[in-house]
Design a protein around this ligand. Structure first.
Ligand code: FPP
Length: 252
Protein backbone atom coordinates (compact mmCIF):
# COMPACT_ATOMS: atom_id res chain seq x y z
CA UNK A 1 0.00 0.00 0.00
CA UNK A 2 1.37 3.36 -0.91
CA UNK A 3 1.58 6.35 1.32
CA UNK A 4 -0.17 8.39 -1.32
CA UNK A 5 -2.48 10.88 0.33
CA UNK A 6 -5.44 12.18 -1.59
CA UNK A 7 -5.72 15.96 -1.35
CA UNK A 8 -8.83 17.43 0.23
CA UNK A 9 -10.98 18.69 -2.59
CA UNK A 10 -13.42 21.43 -1.77
CA UNK A 11 -17.03 20.39 -2.16
CA UNK A 12 -15.99 16.84 -2.96
CA UNK A 13 -18.07 13.96 -1.68
CA UNK A 14 -14.95 11.78 -1.49
CA UNK A 15 -15.60 10.96 2.16
CA UNK A 16 -19.00 9.46 1.43
CA UNK A 17 -17.87 6.14 0.05
CA UNK A 18 -14.68 4.46 1.23
CA UNK A 19 -12.73 2.79 -1.55
CA UNK A 20 -10.63 0.81 0.89
CA UNK A 21 -11.95 -0.61 4.16
CA UNK A 22 -9.61 -2.44 6.53
CA UNK A 23 -10.92 -4.52 9.42
CA UNK A 24 -9.42 -5.75 12.68
CA UNK A 25 -11.69 -8.71 13.32
CA UNK A 26 -11.53 -8.77 17.11
CA UNK A 27 -13.55 -10.50 19.80
CA UNK A 28 -13.91 -14.09 18.58
CA UNK A 29 -12.65 -15.46 21.90
CA UNK A 30 -14.90 -13.24 24.02
CA UNK A 31 -17.89 -14.07 21.82
CA UNK A 32 -17.27 -17.75 22.50
CA UNK A 33 -16.55 -17.30 26.22
CA UNK A 34 -19.80 -15.38 26.70
CA UNK A 35 -21.62 -18.47 25.39
CA UNK A 36 -19.59 -21.07 27.25
CA UNK A 37 -18.10 -22.25 23.95
CA UNK A 38 -14.47 -23.02 23.08
CA UNK A 39 -12.47 -20.21 21.50
CA UNK A 40 -12.19 -22.31 18.33
CA UNK A 41 -15.94 -21.98 17.89
CA UNK A 42 -15.58 -18.19 18.06
CA UNK A 43 -12.99 -18.31 15.28
CA UNK A 44 -15.18 -20.63 13.22
CA UNK A 45 -18.09 -18.21 13.53
CA UNK A 46 -15.59 -15.47 12.70
CA UNK A 47 -15.02 -17.07 9.31
CA UNK A 48 -18.79 -17.03 8.71
CA UNK A 49 -18.81 -13.31 9.50
CA UNK A 50 -15.93 -12.87 7.08
CA UNK A 51 -17.91 -14.54 4.29
CA UNK A 52 -20.88 -12.23 4.96
CA UNK A 53 -18.68 -9.15 4.95
CA UNK A 54 -16.81 -10.05 1.75
CA UNK A 55 -20.18 -10.47 0.00
CA UNK A 56 -21.49 -7.19 1.43
CA UNK A 57 -18.29 -5.32 0.51
CA UNK A 58 -18.70 -6.34 -3.13
CA UNK A 59 -22.34 -5.24 -3.10
CA UNK A 60 -21.42 -1.91 -1.49
CA UNK A 61 -18.83 -1.16 -4.20
CA UNK A 62 -15.89 -1.28 -1.85
CA UNK A 63 -12.87 -1.91 -4.07
CA UNK A 64 -10.37 -3.00 -1.41
CA UNK A 65 -11.13 -4.94 1.76
CA UNK A 66 -8.16 -5.70 4.01
CA UNK A 67 -8.60 -8.14 6.89
CA UNK A 68 -6.22 -8.79 9.78
CA UNK A 69 -6.40 -12.57 9.97
CA UNK A 70 -3.17 -13.53 11.75
CA UNK A 71 -0.70 -11.11 13.26
CA UNK A 72 3.04 -11.55 13.79
CA UNK A 73 2.24 -11.41 17.50
CA UNK A 74 -0.45 -14.14 17.36
CA UNK A 75 2.38 -16.71 17.51
CA UNK A 76 2.37 -16.13 21.28
CA UNK A 77 -1.03 -17.89 21.54
CA UNK A 78 -1.22 -21.54 22.63
CA UNK A 79 -0.15 -23.96 19.86
CA UNK A 80 -3.63 -25.50 19.75
CA UNK A 81 -5.23 -22.12 18.97
CA UNK A 82 -2.60 -21.36 16.31
CA UNK A 83 -3.35 -24.74 14.78
CA UNK A 84 -7.12 -23.95 14.83
CA UNK A 85 -6.53 -20.63 13.07
CA UNK A 86 -4.29 -22.21 10.43
CA UNK A 87 -6.87 -24.97 9.94
CA UNK A 88 -9.55 -22.33 9.36
CA UNK A 89 -7.39 -20.56 6.80
CA UNK A 90 -6.81 -23.87 4.99
CA UNK A 91 -10.54 -24.59 4.95
CA UNK A 92 -11.40 -21.03 3.95
CA UNK A 93 -9.12 -21.16 0.91
CA UNK A 94 -10.14 -24.72 -0.06
CA UNK A 95 -13.90 -24.14 0.35
CA UNK A 96 -14.29 -20.52 -0.68
CA UNK A 97 -11.67 -19.86 -3.32
CA UNK A 98 -13.83 -20.99 -6.26
CA UNK A 99 -16.72 -18.79 -5.07
CA UNK A 100 -14.46 -15.80 -4.53
CA UNK A 101 -13.04 -16.29 -8.02
CA UNK A 102 -16.51 -16.63 -9.56
CA UNK A 103 -17.54 -13.40 -7.81
CA UNK A 104 -14.62 -11.46 -9.29
CA UNK A 105 -12.63 -11.20 -6.06
CA UNK A 106 -8.87 -10.81 -6.34
CA UNK A 107 -7.05 -12.23 -3.32
CA UNK A 108 -3.84 -10.53 -2.21
CA UNK A 109 -1.78 -11.52 0.79
CA UNK A 110 0.45 -9.24 2.84
CA UNK A 111 2.78 -10.32 5.63
CA UNK A 112 5.76 -12.58 6.04
CA UNK A 113 5.59 -15.74 3.93
CA UNK A 114 8.93 -17.18 5.13
CA UNK A 115 8.54 -19.58 8.01
CA UNK A 116 4.94 -20.55 7.21
CA UNK A 117 4.15 -24.22 6.74
CA UNK A 118 4.72 -25.03 3.05
CA UNK A 119 1.11 -26.06 2.40
CA UNK A 120 -0.19 -22.77 3.84
CA UNK A 121 2.26 -20.80 1.76
CA UNK A 122 1.23 -22.79 -1.33
CA UNK A 123 -2.48 -22.15 -0.67
CA UNK A 124 -1.88 -18.41 -0.37
CA UNK A 125 0.06 -18.41 -3.64
CA UNK A 126 -2.66 -20.50 -5.32
CA UNK A 127 -5.34 -18.02 -4.21
CA UNK A 128 -3.31 -15.08 -5.53
CA UNK A 129 -2.48 -16.77 -8.82
CA UNK A 130 -6.01 -18.01 -9.58
CA UNK A 131 -7.62 -14.64 -8.93
CA UNK A 132 -4.94 -12.27 -10.24
CA UNK A 133 -7.03 -10.99 -13.15
CA UNK A 134 -10.18 -10.27 -11.11
CA UNK A 135 -11.06 -6.70 -10.31
CA UNK A 136 -14.48 -6.48 -8.67
CA UNK A 137 -13.10 -6.54 -5.12
CA UNK A 138 -9.55 -6.87 -3.84
CA UNK A 139 -9.52 -8.99 -0.69
CA UNK A 140 -6.23 -8.24 1.02
CA UNK A 141 -5.48 -10.88 3.63
CA UNK A 142 -2.97 -9.74 6.25
CA UNK A 143 -1.54 -13.07 7.34
CA UNK A 144 1.52 -13.42 9.58
CA UNK A 145 1.48 -9.65 9.26
CA UNK A 146 2.93 -6.95 11.47
CA UNK A 147 3.32 -3.34 10.45
CA UNK A 148 6.65 -2.81 12.21
CA UNK A 149 8.01 -5.92 10.50
CA UNK A 150 6.72 -4.67 7.12
CA UNK A 151 8.38 -1.27 7.57
CA UNK A 152 11.63 -2.87 8.80
CA UNK A 153 11.65 -5.13 5.73
CA UNK A 154 11.23 -2.11 3.44
CA UNK A 155 14.07 -0.31 5.27
CA UNK A 156 16.26 -3.40 4.94
CA UNK A 157 15.71 -3.58 1.18
CA UNK A 158 16.52 0.10 0.79
CA UNK A 159 19.62 -0.26 2.99
CA UNK A 160 20.79 -3.14 0.81
CA UNK A 161 20.46 -1.01 -2.33
CA UNK A 162 22.49 1.74 -0.66
CA UNK A 163 25.15 -0.76 0.50
CA UNK A 164 25.42 -2.13 -3.03
CA UNK A 165 25.91 1.36 -4.39
CA UNK A 166 22.61 1.22 -6.30
CA UNK A 167 20.91 4.02 -4.39
CA UNK A 168 21.80 7.44 -3.04
CA UNK A 169 20.36 7.77 0.52
CA UNK A 170 19.27 11.31 -0.40
CA UNK A 171 16.66 9.78 -2.75
CA UNK A 172 14.83 8.07 0.12
CA UNK A 173 11.70 9.90 1.18
CA UNK A 174 8.30 8.76 2.46
CA UNK A 175 7.07 7.92 -1.05
CA UNK A 176 10.14 5.77 -1.68
CA UNK A 177 9.66 3.80 1.51
CA UNK A 178 5.95 3.39 0.73
CA UNK A 179 6.88 1.76 -2.56
CA UNK A 180 8.84 -0.94 -0.70
CA UNK A 181 5.92 -2.05 1.48
CA UNK A 182 4.10 -5.32 0.78
CA UNK A 183 1.39 -4.02 -1.59
CA UNK A 184 2.55 -0.63 -2.87
CA UNK A 185 -0.13 -0.41 -5.56
CA UNK A 186 -3.03 -0.58 -3.12
CA UNK A 187 -4.31 2.79 -1.89
CA UNK A 188 -4.19 3.52 1.82
CA UNK A 189 -7.28 2.48 3.80
CA UNK A 190 -9.94 5.18 3.99
CA UNK A 191 -11.69 3.48 6.87
CA UNK A 192 -10.34 1.13 9.53
CA UNK A 193 -12.91 -0.76 11.56
CA UNK A 194 -12.12 -2.62 14.78
CA UNK A 195 -14.76 -4.75 16.42
CA UNK A 196 -15.20 -5.77 20.07
CA UNK A 197 -14.83 -2.28 21.54
CA UNK A 198 -11.02 -2.29 21.70
CA UNK A 199 -9.52 0.96 20.47
CA UNK A 200 -6.01 0.35 19.22
CA UNK A 201 -4.17 -0.49 16.00
CA UNK A 202 -2.18 -3.53 17.26
CA UNK A 203 0.60 -3.28 14.67
CA UNK A 204 -1.84 -3.18 11.73
CA UNK A 205 -1.16 -0.93 8.71
CA UNK A 206 0.54 1.73 10.85
CA UNK A 207 2.21 3.41 7.89
CA UNK A 208 -0.87 3.24 5.69
CA UNK A 209 -3.24 4.47 8.43
CA UNK A 210 -1.70 7.96 8.56
CA UNK A 211 -4.95 9.56 7.35
CA UNK A 212 -7.44 6.74 7.79
CA UNK A 213 -10.68 7.28 9.67
CA UNK A 214 -11.21 4.87 12.59
CA UNK A 215 -14.55 3.39 13.58
CA UNK A 216 -14.67 1.22 16.70
CA UNK A 217 -17.67 -1.05 16.88
CA UNK A 218 -18.77 -2.50 20.23
CA UNK A 219 -19.91 -5.88 18.90
CA UNK A 220 -17.68 -8.95 18.65
CA UNK A 221 -16.54 -10.03 15.20
CA UNK A 222 -18.77 -13.15 14.88
CA UNK A 223 -21.80 -10.84 15.16
CA UNK A 224 -20.56 -8.43 12.49
CA UNK A 225 -22.70 -8.32 9.36
CA UNK A 226 -23.75 -6.15 6.45
CA UNK A 227 -25.82 -3.86 8.70
CA UNK A 228 -22.83 -3.27 10.97
CA UNK A 229 -20.64 -2.56 7.95
CA UNK A 230 -23.18 -0.09 6.60
CA UNK A 231 -23.28 1.56 10.04
CA UNK A 232 -19.50 2.00 10.04
CA UNK A 233 -19.60 3.41 6.51
CA UNK A 234 -22.36 5.84 7.52
CA UNK A 235 -20.19 7.01 10.43
CA UNK A 236 -17.27 7.43 8.01
CA UNK A 237 -19.44 9.50 5.68
CA UNK A 238 -20.10 11.95 8.53
CA UNK A 239 -16.38 12.57 9.03
CA UNK A 240 -14.52 15.42 7.40
CA UNK A 241 -11.19 14.31 5.99
CA UNK A 242 -8.63 17.07 5.75
CA UNK A 243 -5.35 15.19 5.18
CA UNK A 244 -3.51 17.84 7.20
CA UNK A 245 -5.10 20.68 5.25
CA UNK A 246 -7.95 22.97 6.19
CA UNK A 247 -11.64 22.25 6.38
CA UNK A 248 -13.33 23.00 3.05
CA UNK A 249 -15.21 25.96 4.61
CA UNK A 250 -12.16 27.41 6.38
CA UNK A 251 -9.97 27.01 3.30
CA UNK A 252 -12.34 28.73 0.90
C1 FPP B 1 -9.43 -11.89 17.11
O1 FPP B 1 -10.22 -12.53 18.05
C2 FPP B 1 -9.32 -12.62 15.88
C3 FPP B 1 -8.19 -13.26 15.44
C4 FPP B 1 -6.95 -13.37 16.20
C5 FPP B 1 -8.14 -13.88 14.15
C6 FPP B 1 -9.20 -13.51 13.18
C7 FPP B 1 -9.53 -14.73 12.49
C8 FPP B 1 -10.72 -15.08 11.97
C9 FPP B 1 -11.89 -14.21 11.87
C10 FPP B 1 -10.89 -16.44 11.47
C11 FPP B 1 -9.80 -16.86 10.57
C12 FPP B 1 -9.99 -16.34 9.20
C13 FPP B 1 -9.12 -16.67 8.25
C14 FPP B 1 -9.37 -16.33 6.84
C15 FPP B 1 -7.92 -17.39 8.65
P1 FPP B 1 -9.53 -12.86 19.44
O2 FPP B 1 -9.17 -14.30 19.43
O3 FPP B 1 -8.39 -11.95 19.69
O4 FPP B 1 -10.70 -12.57 20.41
P2 FPP B 1 -10.58 -12.10 21.94
O5 FPP B 1 -9.85 -10.78 21.92
O6 FPP B 1 -12.00 -11.96 22.34
O7 FPP B 1 -9.85 -13.18 22.66
Amino acid sequence: MSNAVAPAIEGSDQADAPLHVAIIMDGNGRWAAARGLPRAEGHRRGVEALRRVVRAAGELNILYLTIFSFSSENWSRPPSEISDLFGLLRRFVRNDLATLHRDGVRVRVIGERDGLEPDISALLTEAEELTKNNNRLNLVVAFNYGSRQEIAKAARRLAREVAEGKRDPATIDADTLGRYLDAPDIPDPDLIIRTSGEQRLSNFLMWQAAYSEFVFVPIHWPDFDRTALEGAIAEYARRERRFGGLAAKAGS
